[in-house]
Write a protein that binds this ligand. Sequence first.
Ligand SMILES: [Zn+2]
Length: 437
Amino acid sequence: MAPPTDPPRRAWRASLLRFVADPGAQDAGYEYFPDGLLLVDAGRVAAFGPAETLLRELSTEIPVIDRRDCLLLPGFIDTHIHFPQVDVIGSGGRMLLDWLETHTFPAERRYEDTAYAAAAAEVFLDELLGNGTTTAMVYCTVHEGATEAFFAAAQRRGLRMIAGKVLMDRNCPEYLRDPPGGGLDATRRLIARWHGTDRLCYAVTPRFAASSSEPQLAGAGDIVRETPGLFMQTHLAENHAEIAWTRELFPDARSYLDVYDRYGLVRERAVFAHCIHMEHADRRRMAEAGAAAAFCPTSNLSLGSGLFDIAATDAAGLPFSIATDVGGGTSFSQFRSMDEAGKIAMLQGQYLSPLRAFYLATLGAARCLGLAATIGSLATGSEADFIVVDPQAIPLLARRRSQSTTLTELLRLILTLGDDRLIRTTCSLGVPVHGHA
Ligand SMILES: [Zn+2]
């Protein structure tokens, strides 16, 4: 697939939705034009508003793609996903540590073969784009070559992706273990090659505290401090056995979060996946440091990890997003993530509105990454990464839609009944990278 180079000026007429604030529990924080027009110029949003007004001023030379039967919104942003786990998805039924040993580590071993990794990267990116995800924060494997292959594949398609080589130098199979110091050297080489190259960014990626030695965690902290704009991603407080094990390995730490904190890894642009079994003080510490949580509903249910507490996270002022965590997660589709997120809220007597669910997978996720001025908003001047959702693509949804009247009802139908069939077009910098114009 060709990268989206030299995008033409083009307008899309559709129902338009974008967010400007966190809707919270309110029916607010969004802009919706049932008959709207999005104008893209040189890959960026030039105008977003009611079609009636914008069409009057539009040059007749600019083609208008008519999708009035569809909903156009920012592309999804998946803040936590593992690229090699395209080969693990659908292997749940075990708790985290057992699942890693039984399924994940053997699958990740195959990525020592860079050609294998390069082919899998294409499958992974096809899945992301086919499900309407235009940016993801991605764990590769411990292999430098596999990480290189992922970045190269994303670069060829012109995508905005954040990724990193997994750091892991203990408590893992020998065949996936960084040699002493080796993981940090490889990380530095990958940062030099890829961080800030085209639309790509690097995330320093210790898998989790238990699988990195103290020198490796300290080195990860040094690297994040040295390079402006770097991201950091890891796992936190996912599963009771993992938490107890971490406590044994780091007996001096006040908490699981404190292990990362003492190495300078709790900071802006740091995304911690799961954050389920947490003390409130740690949520507050993350918020104060400018870090964010990634709520991974299908993974948390599939691995029996626990229920993410939205109310406690909000009470701490901790930003969070909704993510898939494929392959612990069971679907690339953020519709599935949103639907399961709502159920997890209800199991705790909480409520997640459909509007907020869509926010958490678009602008809310961009805010967690510090990229809200760039992606996820469709604000004027931002990058034109968006999706065209066709509610007619699923007959049952089309039938139910004909009976619903409000935007909230439509969004609930989409996240309940929707899957990749709904993603008619995915655009990167205004150019289709999945489906057709
Ligand atoms: Zn994960």
